[in-house]
Design a protein around this ligand. Structure first.
Ligand code: CIR
Length: 262
């Protein structure tokens, strides 16, 4: 499932700092965020994918978080449904780009369902679906119904009692039945049959990492998790994420990774 050949990204726009954030880490430096985005694109390229870099979109301060704008698989793509007004419409701008790859194999989440791509985590032919402050039960139910029609299974992960934005903010599937997660997720029932690598509380941000082809990209500055993953046999690429983190964005949020055989 980690065979990707393209990734869709969009650099932070000039009003990046006006996006949604809990704000605890201070205001981001937009110039530095743009540089970090470029480094992220380079990291994707090192993993062997061709990177599509879209034009920055000043109408949507959070539009660099493309992961939230479409969920793609080797069988179909799903257009999500944003609940926060400042992000509603991002999915409409992304849709034609996705349609170019998936003619006729596009599904969508309909209101009153809400769902953002960051609440979806795929593990082989299974989906973990986060129910969060952004993805409601109806959106999660619609997504489960859609993926089951295409032969996938799924589990709901209710993270509403946990102070975290999306499911993928706190966990990633990296292959070999292995999930990396933050301490707050370690007892999620959906993870009971998985090998779980739990980060320390201090390194919780790095639980959001991305396996691409034979490498794992993780944020720079998390030496303990990096060592653990290297010990488990993973080839690690790191990239700086400080300004993206200030806007509550994790590493996966900056791209839509396109499977090789679509
Ligand atoms: C937001 O709050 O919507 C953005 N500032 C951050 C989105 C991060 N996306 C993700 O976790 N997939």
């Amino acid at each position: 499932m980690f065979g990707y050949d393209k990734a869709i990204t969009r650099p932070p726009c000039n009003n990046f700092s006006e996006g949604l954030t809990h704000g605890l880490l201070g205001k981001p430096d937009t110039g530095l965020a743009k540089q970090q985005h470029q480094q992220y694109v380079n990291a994707l390229r090192r993993c062997g994918v061709e990177v599509v870099v879209l034009r920055p979109d000043n109408d949507y301060p959070d539009s660099c978080f493309t992961e939230d704008e479409a969920i793609v698989t080797d069988r179909m793509a799903v257009i999500p449904s944003f609940c926060r007004p400042s992000r509603q419409g991002e999915e409409i701008r992304m849709r034609p780009i996705i349609e170019a790859f998936y003619s006729g194999r596009i599904e969508e989440i309909k209101k009153p369902g809400t769902l953002e791509g960051g609440d979806i985590c795929r593990a082989e032919n299974h989906f973990f679906i986060g129910i969060s402050s952004r993805t409601n039960e109806e959106g999660a139910r619609q997504f489960a119904e859609i993926v089951s029609r295409y032969g996938f299974t799924s589990d709901f992960c209710d993270i509403r009692g946990i102070k975290i934005l999306h499911l993928s903010t706190g966990m990633s599937y990296i292959g070999n039945n292995t999930v990396v997660c933050c301490p707050a997720f370690k007892n999620l029932p959906a993870l009971s049959a998985r090998n779980v690598i739990v980060t320390s509380a201090k390194e919780a941000y790095a639980a959001n990492c991305v396996r691409i082809n034979d490498k794992v990209i993780m944020p720079e500055g998390f030496p303990n998790l990096r060592r653990k993953l290297q010990k488990a046999g993973f080839d690690i690429v790191t990239t700086p994420m400080s300004e993206i983190e200030k806007q509550d964005g994790g590493l996966s949020c900056l791209s839509i990774r396109m499977p090789k055989r679509i």
